[in-house]
Design a protein around this ligand. Structure first.
Ligand SMILES: NC(=O)c1ccc[n+]([C@@H]2O[C@H](COP(=O)([O-])OP(=O)(O)OC[C@H]3O[C@@H](n4cnc5c(N)ncnc54)[C@H](OP(=O)(O)O)[C@@H]3O)[C@@H](O)[C@H]2O)c1
Length: 335
């Protein structure tokens, strides 16, 4: 059963598993595979099942993903907005619908917020994240502009995404940060040495993105899987044919545990995150009701300490072949 969890200490409470909407508008599969009707049905089913923490961003689409969410809520009726927690993000420079870099200048923070409010057809954003740190703008200036939006009632809580330790501390000193959204999963553990201890010291929640390893940890991707040229994974080192071969050995172990637990590998990957701490709220992404229902089943899986330890060791740093991002995208991560 889904429960609720707190993110940060400012009062933000969300469903214990959220839904990532990005893939409904970009990144995974081919354009022909995306079907707005099924995406909207997936959002409706999520809300029905109590999965009400919905993750989007200005840059997804761009713009289309927020519009899709607004459409899904409109179709559910006038009270739907109040049943969900909308998290969106700003921080990219969009020129003619193309993402040409980062931009966290205060004027862009405000422009993006106004645009998101309009597209989402709402008077407030529940959780507003900076999507990537902009090294040319002091984070104090960016968070200052975000805090103005809170004072005006347009934003409820603030978040950062892929920020490093120093910028998390500096941001939090300007206005309390409720959540950090960053990649975290069995096969991406870079947050463990420094970022997670910092979050816990400051009382900031973690929203792990790509908690299913962009689909890899579900066990449904193998050596034969072909990615469309527009599929983001075709450019990710971890998914190259050679690296995939090695990484499949790791997924095999998740499959074995899943069989023993009468669960699926996706459920094991999510249960592992849920049990890492009640300050973690994963947002698995899917555009299909079938996967959504499977993923929410993770809330009913309990791993023993021994099973947790074995997973930790199997996926310890150095075991996974290939980087999680190609170099230009990795350079945008604030470490
Ligand atoms: N802050 C950031 O910079 C950032 C970056 C990336 C993502 N995010 C957010 O995090 C969310 C989740 O991350 P993500 O979408 O990158 O990765 P993910 O949740 O690890 O994986 C998504 C992929 O897994 C597939 N999938 C989901 N459930 C499945 C299941 N039960 N069985 C088989 N396949 C399954 C999806 O397929 P289908 O698409 O076919 O359903 C999709 O291809 C995104 O939607 C987005 O909102 C944020």
């Amino acid at each position: 059963m889904l429960t609720t969890r707190k993110l940060g200490t400012q009062g933000l409470t969300v469903s214990s598993i959220g839904l990532g909407l990005m893939g409904m508008s970009q990144s995974y599969g081919s354009p022909e595979e995306r079907d707005d009707r099924e995406s909207i049905a997936t959002i409706h089913r999520a809300i029905e099942l109590g999965c009400t923490f919905l993750d989007t961003a200005e840059v997804y689409g761009p713009y289309k993903n927020e519009e899709l969410l607004a459409r899904a809520l409109r179709e559910l009726g006038p009270n739907a907005r109040d049943r969900v927690t909308i998290a969106t993000k700003f921080g990219f420079k969009l020129v003619d619908g193309k993402n040409v870099g980062v931009d966290s200048r205060p004027e862009n923070v405000r422009r993006a917020a106004e645009g998101s409010l309009r597209r989402l057809n709402t008077d407030h954003i529940d959780l507003f994240y900076q999507h990537r740190v902009d090294k040319t703008v002091p984070i104090e200036d960016t968070v200052g502009a975000m805090a103005d939006l809170v004072r005006e009632g347009k934003v409820r809580y603030l978040g950062l995404s892929e920020a490093g330790e120093q910028n998390i501390r500096r941001a939090h000193a300007v206005h309390p940060i409720s959540a950090l959204q960053s990649e975290y999963s069995l096969w991406e553990r870079n947050l463990e040495p420094r970022i997670i201890p910092t979050l816990r010291e400051l009382g900031i929640g973690l929203v792990p993105f790509s908690p299913l390893g962009k689909g890899f940890l579900t066990g449904k991707i193998d050596e034969q899987t072909k990615f469309d040229s527009t599929d983001f994974r075709s450019s990710i080192p971890r998914f190259s044919e050679e690296n995939r071969k090695k990484n499949l050995d790791l997924v095999q172990r998740v499959k074995q545990l899943a069989e023993k637990k009468e669960a699926t590998p996706a459920q094991i990957a999510l249960a592992w995150i849920l049990q890492k701490g009640d300050d973690f709220v994963p947002i698995p992404g899917t555009k299909r009701r079938k996967y959504l229902e499977e993923n929410l089943g993770a809330a009913d899986i309990t791993l023993t300490q021994e099973e947790m330890n074995t997973l930790d060791v199997n996926f310890s740093p150095g075991q996974v072949a290939g980087e999680r991002y190609p170099a230009p995208l990795q350079a945008m991560i604030d470490r």
